[in-house]
Write a protein that binds this ligand. Structure first.
Ligand SMILES: *[C@@H]1O[C@H](CO)[C@@H](O)[C@H](O)[C@H]1NC(C)=O
Ligand SMILES: *[C@@H]1O[C@H](CO)[C@@H](O)[C@H](O)[C@H]1NC(C)=O
Ligand SMILES: *[C@@H]1O[C@H](CO)[C@@H](O)[C@H](O)[C@H]1NC(C)=O
Ligand SMILES: *[C@@H]1O[C@H](CO)[C@@H](O)[C@H](O)[C@H]1NC(C)=O
Length: 387
């Protein structure tokens, strides 16, 4: 027993020493021969390729070389791989590059693959999303039918847990100021990032103070079956409507084309591309619709789309806002406002046209809600919103 163990250890020991000695031995002749042979083959190959360049032209040789150097494990790419959306929302494209890329549109309209149409929920925020827990409940169980994009001030760093629907959904952002063109720039940036995913068919703009008023199934059905996009757009005669028009905008925009409407919209993919590609109206609005005479987020997309594609607009917004308290900003609702009757009243007093038919289901979202409204909202959500 003792001797066998001794023999084993001796064997181990000798194996180690051989490997050590073979490493420290001078360069063996065999390997040197292989190396020289390899050099000769390389030299031969380059002489042959130089000869072929002279006689058949460089393209032919380039083709031969690229084919022969292809690794054998590479799989041919499927159509799904070619159109797969970016897995990482962060990118280094500036707006010029991003908008150009986002406006690629297939000329053949029928898709040669199964395409589940998604709704892109685009949150335009300053920083945190206080209503996130309510939205988490709203989205739960509907994976594959929505995408989320968040544009916040660049100074804000989001901190969502990996299980959150908002995790990793932040897009490269820039400062957006109320009433300024930078606000529309941010909205176009959200649209452009969302357009990169070819499955996104509808685009909804929301803010951190927005809440859903219906469950996801209702929202998806309402939007996917609508013949029109929900962009609020109307012709208002007074100082806050036509009064904000500047004659310098003609002939691209005449007074009769001027429209006003809510900033918070839902639009189709076609209209999203039109907004991102626009270079006709953008400079006019940037120069002539500035505070405090004009607030560009209430006029630019509304007017532009009314000129380009009036037949695709429902001319109303899906987002409830209360302007009844007057002033430049709508009312904000806090925890004391959150009662069942409050929402019953909002939802029941509405009538509108849906696909040209009278309807009482007119609103899918509402604003503005203060962070302290969250807890009472979560309490009544299942009963009132069925969320
Ligand atoms: C984006 O980068 C391109 C190339 O450097 C440049 O031509 C363009 O002006 C840039 N756009 C913006 C908005 O900075
Ligand atoms: C969504 O709401 C509708 C009506 O408000 C209800 O009939 C439906 O059951 C709800 N769906 C879910 C998944 O809760
Ligand atoms: C504005 O009016 C001018 C002159 O009447 C006309 O040429 C132009 O097409 C109009 N613009 C739009 C957008 O209709
Ligand atoms: C919306 O308004 C435009 C005019 O700006 C009109 O052509 C269009 O028919 C309206 N849409 C609906 C659904 O009534």
């Amino acid at each position: 027993m003792q001797s066998r163990m001794g023999a084993l250890e001796e064997g181990k020991e000798s194996a180690i020493t051989t490997s050590r000695t073979s490493q420290s031995r001078p360069f063996p002749l065999r390997q040197l021969q292989f190396f020289v042979l390899f050099l000769i083959i390389c030299l031969g190959a380059s002489i042959v390729s130089m000869y072929m360049v002279r006689h058949f032209g460089i393209h032919h040789v380039a083709l031969v070389q690229s084919n022969s150097f292809k690794p054998c494990f590479e799989q041919p790419e499927s159509i799904e791989n070619w159109i797969r959306p970016p897995s990482n929302l962060l990118h280094t494209m500036n707006d010029t590059e991003l908008f150009w890329r986002a406006t690629f549109v297939p000329r053949i309209k029928s898709y040669p693959l199964k395409r589940t149409r998604k709704i892109a929920f685009m949150f335009l925020t300053k920083g945190p999303l206080p209503m996130a827990p309510l939205w988490e409940r709203f989205f739960s169980g509907h994976e594959g039918l929505y995408s989320i994009y968040v544009h916040s001030l660049p100074s804000y760093t989001a901190n969502y847990s990996p299980s959150s629907v908002f995790y990793g959904r932040q897009i490269p952002s820039q400062v957006a100021e109320w009433g300024m063109m930078s606000m529309c720039d941010a909205e176009r940036r959200l649209l452009a990032n969302a357009l990169l995913d070819i499955s996104n068919e509808w685009f909804i703009l929301l803010s951190e103070s927005c809440i859903p008023l219906q469950n996801f199934s209702i929202v998806y059905r309402y939007i996917s079956r609508s013949w029109y996009s929900f962009m609020g757009s109307f012709d208002e005669p007074g100082p806050y409507g036509r009064g904000r028009y500047s004659e310098h905008m003609a002939p691209e925009v005449n007074l009769s084309d001027w429209r006003k409407g809510s900033q918070w919209f839902e639009i189709s993919r076609e209209l999203a591309v039109r907004i991102v590609e626009d270079t006709t109206y953008y400079p006019k609005f940037k120069q002539f619709c500035t505070p405090h005479g004009c607030y560009v987020d209430e006029h630019y997309f509304q007017t532009m789309l009314s000129i380009n594609t009036p037949q695709l607009l429902a001319n109303r917004s899906l987002t409830y806002v209360d302007w009844s308290r007057g002033g430049a900003h709508p009312a904000t609702f806090g925890k004391d406002d959150i009662k069942e009757e409050f929402f019953k009243r909002i939802l029941e007093e509405q009538t509108c046209l849906y696909n040209n038919q009278p309807s009482t289901l007119c609103l899918l979202f509402a604003r503005k809600f203060a962070p302290n409204a969250l807890d009472p909202l979560l309490e009544i959500a299942s009963k009132v919103f069925r969320i």
